[in-house]
Design a protein around this ligand. Structure first.
Ligand code: LP5
Ligand code: MN
Length: 261
């Protein structure tokens, strides 16, 4: 039965971005994100951030004694959130974002997945990791850490211990990714089509795979589109990058964040 999700309706330009992976070691990315928030507050009617805004989020008590970079992110989100609705969804690195962060930033929780109705029609929006079904080891890991009981046990540990585990896991993830075949880390086409069918739409937007672009294909005789958001890393001298999608009545369009050289 398609259409069982609540639809979020937006009038006017909607900006969508993900995978900034903000943390203590990315000053240029942080600066670009703060400028982007200001731009969104001025140019968008809503801002949707479907996951991995943070490089790692181990619980909302990260806000107890926030480092300067985190204070800036909170203040930036709060300033944008005071002018336009800002929606945040958890990705595979920041799925532990909770109500306290939402309150501190004045943002709303974006359902995962979300159905959004824009001036250009409907889109399914999600982080995208759930579509990478060929990455069986990741999906097993995902099922474990999305389990409420696992999360309660994890959150019961001291903040410093959780941060240390997240650091270890980030290192492990980077090692695993260099070992895994590239195609298993992309979305699975059957999973994409099943998600579109389940929600009765022909277009989706997601992040996570860091492979920005538009994939056009036919399903059940209908033209379908899958728009992939870019990841951000303005601190990578070899490949400084970042960007977002703006959806207006003509549909989505990419905006690149041009690095200053
Ligand atoms: O994130 P990215 O792009 O590097 O890779 C993802 C998948 N990796 C992850 C892990 C995150 O990067 C780390 C998140 C840290 C913050 C979370 C905090 C709360 C959890 C703390 C848990 C202890 O999501 C990667 C995918 C890739 O996307 C492409 O889709 O392949 O998947 C993996 O690397 C998972 C491995 O395949 C399996 C890992 C098994 C680990 C078992 C538990 C070990 C716990 C160790 C704790 C010290
Ligand atoms: Mn991700």
């Amino acid at each position: 039965m398609p259409g069982s999700l609540i639809t979020l309706t937006f009038n006017g330009p909607v900006w969508v971005a993900s995978d900034m992976h903000l943390g203590p070691n990315g000053p240029a990315t942080l600066e670009a994100f703060l400028a982007f928030l200001q731009g969104a507050a001025e140019g968008a009617s809503a801002l949707l951030l479907p996951g991995d805004v943070f490089d790692a989020w181990v619980g909302d008590d990260e806000l107890d004694a926030p480092a300067p970079w985190l204070q800036e992110v909170v203040a930036g989100l709060r300033a944008a959130g005071a002018r336009i609705p800002v929606y945040l969804a958890g990705g595979n690195r920041d799925f532990l974002m909770g109500g306290r962060l939402a309150e501190a930033t004045g943002t709303h929780r974006l359902p995962a997945p979300a159905l959004i109705a824009t001036d250009a029609g409907k889109f399914l929006l999600s982080h995208g990791d759930e579509l990478c079904t060929d990455d069986v080891e990741y999906q097993q890991f995902r099922a474990m850490v999305r389990d409420p009981q696992w999360q309660a046990q994890f959150l019961a540990q001291p903040l410093a211990a959780r941060q240390a585990m997240a650091r270890q896991l980030r290192e492990r993830s980077m090692a695993e990714k260099s070992r895994k075949a590239a195609d298993i880390m992309d979305v699975n086409q059957q999973a994409v089509e099943a998600a579109l069918r389940a929600h009765g739409v022909t277009r989706m937007i997601h992040g996570h795979t860091h492979r920005p672009g538009r994939d056009v294909f036919e399903m059940d005789g209908r033209r379908c589109e899958r728009w992939v958001l870019p990841d951000w890393d303005l601190d990578d001298p070899a490949d400084p990058r970042g960007g977002w999608l703006e959806i207006d009545r003509d549909g989505p369009a990419y905006h690149d964040i041009a690095p200053e050289r």
